[in-house]
Design a protein around this ligand. Structure first.
Ligand SMILES: [Zn+2]
Length: 122
């Protein structure tokens, strides 16, 4: 996993290898575990990217650089939060898989992140 090269797009956008690894960790050590049901979503507290970039309004985060929006606004995370609040009546974090739609949306989050990951490496 450490033997990769940054894509031209990543270099052009001042993205570093450490940023790509944080994205990878958020997929493997967070969202895949949420889908498996062994972990819950603590939002920015357990996102490896948020821990690093939220303090500066996300501007150095790979997701921000891709979407031009802070706080994952233009990603499936928005759908995830809306579903948790609307369908499962959660007022606050943490969120977890409660139904098949939760699982589908969590998979959308992973698909979004995997697609972005592929755009960052060559
Ligand atoms: Zn659900």
């Amino acid at each position: 996993m450490k033997n990769f090269k940054l894509s031209d797009w990543a270099i052009k956008n001042n993205i570093f290898k450490k940023d790509v690894l944080l994205l990878r960790k958020s997929i493997n050590n967070k969202w895949k575990l949420i889908i498996a049901g062994t972990e819950i979503d603590k939002g920015h507290k357990d996102c490896f990217l948020c821990r690093e970039f939220l303090k500066d309004s996300c501007v150095s985060c790979v997701v921000f650089k891709k979407t031009d929006h802070s706080k994952c606004k233009e990603t499936p995370i928005t759908k995830w939060i809306k579903h948790q609040k609307g369908v499962h009546k959660k007022k606050n974090l943490p969120y977890k898989i409660e139904c098949s739609t939760c699982k589908k949306i969590a998979q959308d989050v992973i698909n979004f992140a995997e697609k972005l990951y592929k755009e960052l490496i060559q």
